[in-house]
Design a protein around this ligand. Structure first.
Ligand code: FES
Ligand code: FES
Length: 154
């Protein structure tokens, strides 16, 4: 099937198999490998992207379902050389260790701060509840999102 999707502001037209998952379309067809693939059970959340502004696990979406829609991936967070506040925050607060979960965490964090610029710790932990980090214990990830909220409020 032929699909047209806008990814990080750029239009792509591609022929895809109806069974192709969005995560594989992004990684293999568009070579946007910042979106990770970490499980076969829709549990880990490393594949989170924005679909029309809403975070989705891209391993639960078929590429054909994105036809005519807008996708934002972690590659679309920075504006040229200027990092998004969330990216700065993960650096400043050391919100990662191996970094495998980080793209998904940052995409959820970006959505959360766009929806709720002053989230409580509970709001942050709730937003991240569909995502697993196998390294950090989550403390620094939560701290990073609080740091980004504070910076964007100042
Ligand atoms: S790859 Fe694990 S939830 Fe999508
Ligand atoms: S930093 Fe390694 S899985 Fe989260």
């Amino acid at each position: 099937m032929r699909i047209m999707v806008t990814v990080n502001g750029r239009e792509y037209v591609r022929d895809v198999e109806p069974r192709l998952l969005l995560v594989h379309f992004l990684r293999d067809d568009l070579e946007l490998t910042g979106t990770h693939w970490g499980c076969d059970t829709s549990n880990c959340g490393v594949c989170v992207v924005h679909l029309d502004g809403v975070p989705v696990k891209s391993c639960t979406v078929l590429a054909v379902m994105a036809d005519g829609h807008e996708i934002r991936t972690v590659e679309g967070l920075a504006l040229g050389a200027e990092l998004d506040t969330v990216q700065e925050a993960f650096i400043a607060c050391h919100g990662l260790q191996c970094g495998f979960c980080t793209p998904g965490m940052m995409m959820t964090a970006r959505w959360l701060l766009d929806e709720n610029p002053d989230p409580s710790e509970e709001d942050i932990r709730s937003a991240l509840s569909g995502q697993l980090c196998r390294c950090t214990g989550y403390e620094n990830i939560v701290r990073a999102i609080q740091w980004a909220a504070d910076k964007e409020a100042s």
